[in-house]
Design a protein around this ligand. Structure first.
Ligand code: NIG
Ligand code: FE
Length: 417
């Protein structure tokens, strides 16, 4: 691969860097009321070019001002965006729960206990089976434009099974989350406190070297506030950074605990009080919304407009898992956020890129600016608007990761090289 490549023929470039792009065009050429649609936050450049310099972006701006390059690729009037940053997924598992989904669609409610079904299948699987499933899901995610992905453990729930889960996740991504506190496994049903001690002790010691984050499913039927605090405290002591499953199935203390611990993100945020919204808005904790979960559990969606109006930072992610949200598709999440949660297309695209980067405390992804990682996607469409406007259509034509072009059959790992 030549040292520098200039991508030209970009009808519309999403940089997510409104202030720093030379010649940027707030709202894009001909945009209607950018301040109303939120498009001003996307740092749009019409008729743009992007210089890829090795694994990094060397320059972005209007095509007429583009620097020389070793080679040029004409994208033929397509839109280019930062690759999606999926900041919440559970990909280390075996089996599926299609029958549970079918039962829900005929009226049964979602329950956290279904996790134990996947735990049994995961424990019974070989490393090779789990690795093959991870690879299949990684390819799916990349084909729909995800260039950075977070991945949790949480379907092992023994020291050995959680340790292998984080080890396998670390083969996929640098954003690994230890979620030993997903649910209390059946063998600890009579001794939940004993399980919490295991999660904070031997299991944490085995998992921490392979993880960056610690997560707890803080919910009725999973872990209560005292256990959640105990586990987060232990995780922080082991050098992990908190993020939390909070307020998914009902109101509760999760969001407040996330803010109290300075968590990078509170995830789900489906049932929030006014105090929860205010706490998120006044904190550095990102509100990560997972509309695939509400879609697949036929539940009311979170109130994104309330969070945005309060000034909270909102991310969108897939929550890909076999129970509550079996999708790797960030474009689906964008379409749901727009249609069902009343986010503007611009807000949803920002949340799926820059928002996800904020939820992972990453400054090298989620935006396209000189110096950022050369992770970008090319749409088979002239504008980012088509991601919501054309739901269910495979619009991601190509993805570049670390400056290397991939395609649907790509074999490169999502782990940074
Ligand atoms: O984020 N809420 C906890 N964990 C997953 C669901 C896991 C499952 O049902 O297997 C979620 O929705
Ligand atoms: Fe989740």
């Amino acid at each position: 691969m030549p040292a520098t490549t200039l991508l030209t023929g970009i009808s519309e470039l999403v940089t997510n860097e409104p202030a720093t792009v030379a010649g940027h065009d707030p709202g894009g050429a001909g945009a209607i009321g950018a301040e109303v649609t939120g498009a001003d936050r996307l740092g749009l450049v019409a008729d743009a070019a992007v210089l890829i310099d090795g694994t990094r972006i060397g320059w972005v701006g209007p095509a007429g001002q583009a620097p020389a390059a070793d080679r040029r690729i004409d994208l033929g009037g397509r839109a280019v965006l930062p690759g999606f940053v999926d900041s919440h997924s559970h990909l280390v598992f075996a089996g599926d729960r299609a029958a549970e989904f079918a039962a829900r669609m005929t009226g049964q409610a979602y329950a956290a206990g279904g996790i134990r079904t996947t735990v049994a299948a995961t424990r019974a699987a070989t490393d090779a089976m789990l690795r093959a499933n991870l690879d299949r899901l990684r390819r799916e995610a990349l084909a729909s434009g995800t260039t950075t992905i977070e991945c949790k453990s949480g379907y092992g729930l023994t020291v050995a099974d959680e340790a292998r889960s984080v080890r396998l996740a670390a083969e996929l991504t640098e954003e690994v989350t230890y979620l030993g506190a997903h649910v209390v496994p059946a063998e600890y049903a009579d001794d939940p406190a004993g399980y919490v001690d295991l999660v904070c002790g031997e299991m944490l010691t085995a998992c921490a070297p392979h993880a960056r984050w610690i997560d707890v499913f803080c919910e009725r039927g999973a872990f209560d506030p005292d256990a959640t605090r105990q586990i987060l405290r232990a995780g922080v002591g082991a050098g992990l950074v908190p993020r939390l499953h909070a307020n998914q199935l009902g109101p509760g203390p999760g969001v407040q605990i996330a803010v109290e611990f300075g968590a990078a993100s509170a995830d789900h945020c489906t049932h929030l009080s006014d105090a929860d919204v205010a706490a998120l808005a006044d904190s550095g904790t990102v509100a990560t919304l997972l509309p695939g979960a509400e879609f697949s559990t036929r539940s009311p969606y979170p109130d994104a407009r309330r969070l945005l109006a309060a000034g909270a930072t909102v991310a969108l992610a897939t929550d890909c898992n076999p129970g509550s949200s079996y999708t790797t598709s960030m474009p689906l999440c964008i379409a749901l956020a727009v249609r069902e949660m009343r986010m503007s297309p611009a807000e949803a695209v920002w949340s799926a890129t820059a928002g996800g980067a904020a939820a992972l405390r990453r400054t090298d992804v989620g935006a396209l600016n000189s110096g950022s990682r050369a992770d970008l996607i090319v749409l088979d469409a002239p504008s980012y608007l088509h991601l919501a406007y054309r739901p269910g259509v495979a619009l991601v034509r190509q993805a570049y990761r670390d400056g290397v072009e991939t395609n649907k059959a790509a074999t490169s790992s999502l782990t940074a090289s």
